[in-house]
Design a protein around this ligand. Structure first.
Ligand code: GAL
Length: 915
């Protein structure tokens, strides 16, 4: 197909002409790179919409073109026969070598190879490539990401000797019943081929391919990624393959690897670098995979295209199950009711099949690839069915995935994205009873399939909440094969002056703002709190500390627990090893407290950790993979001698505290609002008929409450203040009773009772006491959950203890500012500032959440980017009696009812000290 690509003008630049003058005036650009990140034009972000009119198959006339020219020499080995290989060009190119048109490319994230035998010479080769940002193929590449053109992956010359090996396909299998492996080999070569697998003692003529029994082998799995090196040797070429013997199959709607049920504890990964876009460096790829493994992730979906080819060498080696996705998405057609969707148009069939075939051929020899995915959000249609049929015929050893096929007629796994908890439960339960007598053949087929969420728990901004509930479902129903969080990396682009850009920052006509900032790690791989929580739910060793014993569940599919060491520690400062003995995969043990622990007199906190016993390829010995704890914190002693405070420290009108010792501050103000998180700004998928919480809070006025003093009294014992906090124009309130007592010149206690008045039309974000200290924050030390932040539905992975953070760890630097940083379960906290510290001790049975920020909530709510936030030089402290959860409403369910905060009374007694 040449339609849609501007034809190069006959101006000579493609000619075999080294002296072609104007080329000297061209500027240099690195390859691989996107030209919009190298000073030529700008990136643009859309989620589902095409950034040009839907006028199939035409690209827009405003279509940036990049002409590349390279003069190079080649070795005799290459001139004897070679292919010129491009690993990725967005979106289409016309390729000339030495004045000869080699052809065109389509498929931005697919490999293109051109035979250059006979054209390539030893010196002065002229390679001329004209790249168009948009082409007819752009209609098939509407993934939710930046539009970034250019030759963004490697370009190579690969020698193809006549007596070399042209193709090899090694299909491996593992039979768990007897522990043996087989290799089904296909080879195409220009001379006889010998196969050697030294470790297995195999050395045989493999010219005709066929099935070879290799005897007993150690199988490959994500837990133990055992690879065997195999060498294919022909007269002219040696090819090395790394074989992993494994079987992926479906039995009775359960997904099995090597005969055992498997759960994908997965993430979706786009390729992204804040400086280089989709140019993937070996360092970044390794960094991503190490971080995944270190956070107990065992699977990755290469959303939504084949990754850099080197990525799969690493997944093979480190051990991650890969759902390898084809470069295909036509989501923009949804805007017009899927009218004209190429997926259902026979004219596009060739393009679809070509994409799938190139996807499979490139990566067919990787053990880690266990599922082929046809693409993402391309509606449905016969072209997708054709892709599935070809793939199934070519490679029956792997399963086929495509989320858009809800009926699941042409896929091997039933897949959905963001299905809510109840629906996932129903899908899990569905297969536990016989099919209804009137079920159709398609329904019966679907019931035979395992279920996975190819995307769930949208990690946008502060979130995702609900990981626990999904995990409990995956752990309950054998049909549920787990899922893949959306998504791994936030696609922020570095701005010259610091900070990250998102959609709209480059003046795009249409864009989807910060919907591209939705990762478990930030653009530079900063670990977000969501990943810490995920690591807890994905742990291979679930630990529960009971009253006098420790329950440990082995959540590996294959491994026993001998690779982990278990350690108990109890505050204050005692620890020891916990011997758990042999615990096979899937088993649970209950280990009584060892004597040293059992004999302790009232430990406050008992923590048990599971850590790697030895170094692995992805983390050193001692790396913690699981943790459980139990907290028996005693109430602190209340101060005995108290009297009424000096009214001089209080504002005479508002009766708020203005100073404590030498610390100048103001508060408390009763607060029920938070700076909306991304999730607060979207209606949950379970209540799309309601406006999002951010809007409901604004309408109700949570963001603009004012406080009136209702009454006050001072006697020898205490200062008593009654207040009413309410929004303008509304008749509901929070009524406060504050009883202040003096402990010393720099210490007060306050007994607070807060009661909702009237009928609040919406749940609160929190119920808290806000103070502003008149100096910049310097850090926080506390006894409570930490060290990271936690919210009621995003608390896992934090643990009780004494923690301390500096000024820049008080908050999460979300690219788009929003509420963050609450430390929950707090019994005692010291907020340090440039002018001294405020210590808060909870004297009642409750615990509180403490949020400390250099910015007011109004500033967070109205500033577009983190780097634009201006600190006001003060410390904003909230002591919350209750907090709402965060949910995952940007895609998926909102805050679950049990984590919502309906208006309710609260009571707490605090000791406030200037220290
Ligand atoms: C899904 C889609 C992803 C991404 C996500 C929202 O529908 O497959 O590519 O757009 O929603 O961030």
């Amino acid at each position: 197909m040449s339609r849609g690509l501007t034809v190069a003008p006959a101006d000579g630049w493609t000619d075999d002409d080294l002296s072609w003058a104007p080329v000297d005036a061209w500027s240099d650009i690195p390859v691989p790179a996107h030209w919009v990140l190298e000073g030529h034009g700008k990136p643009a972000y859309t989620n589902t919409r095409f950034p040009f009119a839907i006028d199939v198959p035409n690209p827009p006339d405003e279509n940036p073109i990049g002409d590349y020219r390279l003069i190079f020499d080649a070795t005799p080995e290459l001139t004897a026969g070679a292919v010129l290989r491009f690993d990725g060009i967005e979106s289409a190119a016309e390729v000339h070598l030495n004045g000869r048109l080699l052809g065109e490319t389509r498929g931005s994230r697919l490999t293109h190879e051109f035979d250059v035998s006979g054209t390539l010479r030893e010196s002065g080769n002229v390679l001329a490539v004209r790249v168009a940002q948009f082409s007819d193929a752009s209609y098939l590449e509407d993934q939710d990401m930046w539009w970034m053109p250019g030759i963004f992956r490697d370009v190579e010359l690969v020698a193809t000797p006549a007596d070399g090996i042209w193709d090899a396909f090694a299909v491996t299998d593992y039979e768990a019943l007897d522990g043996t492996g087989t290799l089904d080999l296909f080879v195409e070569a220009g001379s006889p081929v010998q196969l050697r697998i030294p470790e297995l003692g195999i050395d045989l003529d493999a010219s005709d391919g066929g099935v070879i029994g290799v005897g007993e082998v150690e199988p490959w799995s994500a837990e133990n990624p055992r690879l065997y090196e195999a060498v294919l040797v022909s007269a002219g070429e040696t090819v090395t393959l790394r074989l992993g013997f494994r079987r992926i199959e479906v039995r009775d709607s359960v997904l099995l690897v090597n005969g055992e049920p498997i759960q994908f504890r997965g993430v979706n990964r786009h390729e992204h670098d804040p400086e280089k876009g989709r140019v993937a460096s070996p360092e970044r790829m390794k960094q991503d995979l190490l971080l995944m493994k270190q956070h107990n992730v065992n699977a990755v979906r290469t959303s939504h295209y084949p990754p850099h080819p080197g990525f799969l060498d690493l997944t093979d080696e480190l051990g991650l199950y890969v759902v390898l996705e084809c470069d295909l998405e036509t989501h923009g057609f949804e805007e017009i009711g899927w009218k004209g969707n190429p997926s259902a148009d026979p004219e596009w069939r060739g393009a679809y099949l070509d994409r799938m075939q190139r996807t499979v051929h490139r990566d067919k020899n990787h053990a880690s690839v266990v599922i082929w995915s046809l693409g993402n959000e391309a509606g449905t249609g016969t072209n997708l069915e054709a892709m599935a049929a070809w793939t199934r015929g070519f490679d029956p050893s792997r399963l086929i995935h495509y989320e858009g096929d809800w009926a699941s007629t042409y896929v091997d796994v039933y897949s959905r994205m963001y299905a809510g908890f109840e629906e996932v439960r129903r899908i899990g339960e569905e297969v536990l009873t016989p099919a209804p007598f009137d079920a159709t053949a398609a329904q019966i087929h679907r019931r035979s399939l395992p279920f996975m969420q190819c995307e769930y728990a949208h990690a946008m901004g502060n979130g995702p909440g609900g990981l626990q509930e999904y995990q409990e479902l995956f752990d309950t129903y054998p049909r549920l094969a787990g899922g893949f969080i959306w998504e791994w990396i936030e696609h922020g682009l570095s701005l010259p002056g610091g900070g990250y850009a998102y959609g709209g920052d480059f003046g795009e006509d249409v864009h989807d703002s910060n919907f591209v900032i939705d990762g478990l790690v930030g653009p530079n791989r900063e670990v977000r709190p969501g990943l810490v929580a995920l690591a807890h739910w994905y742990t291979p060793a679930r630990i529960t500390v009971l009253d006098d014993a420790v329950r440990i569940e082995n959540r590996y599919a294959f491994a026993d627990l001998s690779g982990l060491t278990f350690t108990w520690s109890a505050s204050p400062d005692v620890s020891g090893e916990l011997k758990v003995g042999d615990v096979a995969a899937g088993e649970v043990v209950v280990v009584p407290f060892p004597d040293d622990l059992a004999n302790l007199d009232l430990p406050e906190i008992v923590t048990v950790t599971a850590a790697l016993a030895a170094d692995t390829a992805w983390a050193p010995a001692g790396h913690v993979v699981g943790r459980g704890e139990r907290v028996w914190l005693e109430l602190p002693d209340a101060p005995e001698e108290t009297s009424a405070p000096s009214v001089g420290s209080f504002d005479p009108v508002s009766l708020k505290l203005l100073s404590l010792g030498s610390l100048s501050l103001e508060g408390p103000e009763v607060g029920v609002w938070r700076a909306p998180t991304d999730n607060d700004r979207y209606p949950g998928w379970d209540e799309r008929d309601l406006p999002p919480y951010a809007e409901r809070w604004h309408v109700a006025g949570l963001d603009r409450t004012r406080t009136r003093v209702v009454s006050s009294s001072l006697d020898e014992d205490a200062l008593r203040v009654s207040t009413r906090t309410a929004p303008a124009g509304r008749d509901f309130s929070v009524d406060g009773e504050f009883v202040w007592r003096r402990v010393s010149d720099s210490a007060l206690t306050v007994d607070v009772t807060l009661t909702p008045g009237g009928t609040w039309p919406v749940e609160w974000a929190r119920l808290g006491l806000d103070f502003v200290i008149d100096a910049a924050p310097e850090g926080l030390a506390w006894l409570g959950q930490g060290p990271g932040p936690s919210y009621p539905d995003l608390a896992a992975g934090t643990f009780a203890g004494r923690h301390q953070v500096g000024a820049d760890e008080l908050y999460t630097p979300h690219v788009k500012p929003q509420e963050s940083g609450a430390r929950a379960g707090v019994r005692e906290a010291t907020v340090s500032t440039a002018a001294g510290a405020l210590k808060v001790t909870v004297l009642s049975v409750d615990d509180v959440a403490v949020t400390v920020s250099p910015w007011s909530r109004q500033a967070l709510a109205t500033t577009g980017h983190h780097h634009e936030l201006e600190a006001d030089g003060r410390t904003h402290v909230s002591i919350d009696l209750f907090q709402s959860g965060v949910g995952t409403a940007t895609c998926g369910p909102g805050v679950l009812p049990r984590y919502r905060l309906a208006a309710k009374p609260g009571r707490v007694t605090l000791l406030l000290e200037a220290v």
